[in-house]
Design a protein around this ligand. Structure first.
Ligand code: FAD
Length: 486
């Protein structure tokens, strides 16, 4: 596998176009660059967003950053919070969660995007801002992207990471079934003339009446508000006006707090949809382009980062010519069910937050059930995505799951995975990856936290095989990493 981290310029065909430079696109670009793939990211916005949608990273995304040597940067800008919350129900974290990072990292999405963009640039991705994808066509050898300015760019593959209204998905005609928004919220960042004590007191009253209402102090004298809208807007792309927002405050809180000078007004809804297919020939979808759901539980950004982490090495293997036949299609096979599960979980959380008597009674029951350690563990493993287990066949419960960062005699596992290669952790010292050494690292070491003789890890940290038989290992190396080099 090529480890060239510099982009190749000068008439060389682009390997992969990533349409959309949000968190999913930037993560994917750097994953591809780790394997020497020539990547161009087309981002329609000329400047990065200053606004945060997502507010944090869950455990699995924190681990992903650790696996690529990025965690220190995230920890420096974020704040750790306990895990344990589901559908707004706060309970203690389950004991001995299967991770070295049992916390939620609060970090605004714009900072996450900045760090991921910096990493993509460091790895050598060619990021082109102010470039909007307007059309595409594909044939047997590649994809031609048409840009809004009339220019064209050709690549071997294209990945649509262009958000919930993905033009890539629309151009491919991929169905996006699900439910339209039934409820909408208005989001505003604005200044107020009211005193902080008044805001706090009114917020308590409004919430007591069962209305979700969240004024939160931001930097520079601004407040962030989320209030339910009166109805779902006809044109959901148009931001609300200050007047519309003010009227909602008056209706819900009986005061508008003297709100003025908004620096952001936006609306978001609870539409829940998933692309029927994640691939059409040489074009793939990832992140919000492939699935949307209400932000309850804060999983959308996390899901997109994890899509990219799953897809990156597989697409690199296809481009590099060593990918086994079904490897690229395993992206949809593995990730579609994971997103479907998140959609189901957010639907359930939406119901649990309803002020109607039936859902309130169910919420009470769920809250009581969450007093059981194993119920909490189940829910938290789900929301943090550390419970994800891909179906690789076989009975071993470790196979298909990602391995947490275990302590080795000589260091930590994740520090050995920064380059995005496969890894054989061999506690027997007898096994070999000869023939695959260009794609898979061999580490002979031991860990008190690992009770299998040896584990073969894919570049995304999921356990592809566990055992101690060289022949068995060989068949799994073939399955995931293709033919050996002679
Ligand atoms: C209010 C709110 C709160 C949220 N809170 C959370 C949270 O706490 N945690 C969480 O995990 N998630 C949260 N989310 C969801 C999260 O914001 C999204 O899931 C995440 O941004 C998806 O990332 P993405 O890269 O797939 O898509 P996006 O972030 O939408 O990025 C798509 C990119 O593609 C670009 N683009 C679009 N069209 C084109 C084109 N034609 N050509 C070129 N570029 C194009 C866009 O400019 C954009 O930069 C929240 C969402 C909302 C609305």
């Amino acid at each position: 596998m090529a480890q060239n981290r510099r982009p190749r310029h000068g008439g060389v065909v682009v390997d992969v176009i990533v349409a959309g430079g949000g968190p999913t696109g930037m993560m994917l670009a750097s994953e591809l660059r780790l394997h020497g793939v020539h990547v161009v990211v087309l981002e329609k916005e000329a400047e990065p967003s200053e606004h945060a949608r997502g507010l944090g990273l869950h455990v699995r995304s924190i681990e992903v950053m650790d696996q690529r040597g990025l965690l220190e940067r995230f920890l420096a800008l974020g704040k750790r919070y306990p895990v344990g919350r589901f559908a707004g129900i706060d309970k203690p974290a389950p004991e001995r969660l299967d991770t070295a990072h049992p916390y939620l990292l609060g970090i605004p999405q714009n900072l996450t995007e900045r760090l991921l963009a910096e990493h993509a640039i460091e790895t050598g991705a060619d990021i082109r801002r102010g470039c909007e994808l307007a059309g595409l066509s594909q044939d047997d050898t590649g994809v031609t992207a048409e840009l809004a300015d009339g220019t064209r760019l050709r690549a071997r593959f294209l990945v649509g990471c262009d958000g919930g209204r993905s033009i890539v998905r629309q151009l491919l005609g991929i169905a996006f079934p699900g439910e339209p928004a039934k409820t909408e919220w208005l989001l505003a960042e604005a200044q107020v003339t009211a005193a902080p004590q008044e805001l706090d007191a009114v917020a308590v009253e409004v919430r007591a009446a069962g209305v979700r209402f969240g004024p939160a102090p931001h930097a520079e004298g601004f407040y962030g508000f989320v209030v339910p809208a009166a109805e779902v807007a006809g044109d959901r792309t148009a931001p609300p006006t200050l007047e519309e927002f003010r009227q909602r405050l008056l209706t819900l809180a009986g005061t508008d707090f003297g709100v003025h000078s908004p620096r952001r007004l936006a609306r978001f809804g609870d539409a829940t949809r998933q692309a029927e297919r994640y691939r059409d020939g040489r074009v793939l979808l990832a992140g919000d382009a492939a699935h949307i759901h209400p932000p309850l539980g804060g999983q959308g950004l996390n899901l997109g980062i994890q899509d990219a982490f799953n897809l990156g090495w597989k697409l690199a293997a296809e481009v590099g010519g060593w990918g086994p036949e079904d490897l690229l299609d395993s992206y949809q096979a593995e990730r579609h069910p994971v997103a479907a599960d998140v959609l189901a979980s957010t639907r359930a959380q939406s119901e649990l937050l309803s002020a109607e008597p039936g859902p309130r009674a169910v919420r009470e029951l769920v809250s009581e059930l969450m007093d059981f350690e194993e119920v909490r563990r189940y829910l938290i493993e789900k929301i943090t995505a550390i419970g994800v287990r891909y179906d690789f066949g076989g009975e071993d419960p470790l196979v298909g799951r990602r391995l947490r960062d275990v302590k080795l005699k000589r260091g930590r596992l994740y520090t050995l995975m920064h380059d995005g290669r496969g890894l054989l952790l061999d506690q027997t010292g007898r096994l070999s990856v000869a023939g695959w050494a260009d794609r898979v690292d061999y580490v002979a070491d031991v860990s008190e936290e690992l009770d299998v003789p040896a584990a073969l890890l894919r570049p995304d940290g999921h356990v592809a095989w566990a055992g101690d038989e060289q022949q068995d290992l060989r068949s799994h190396l073939l399955r995931w990493f293709g033919a050996p080099v002679r």
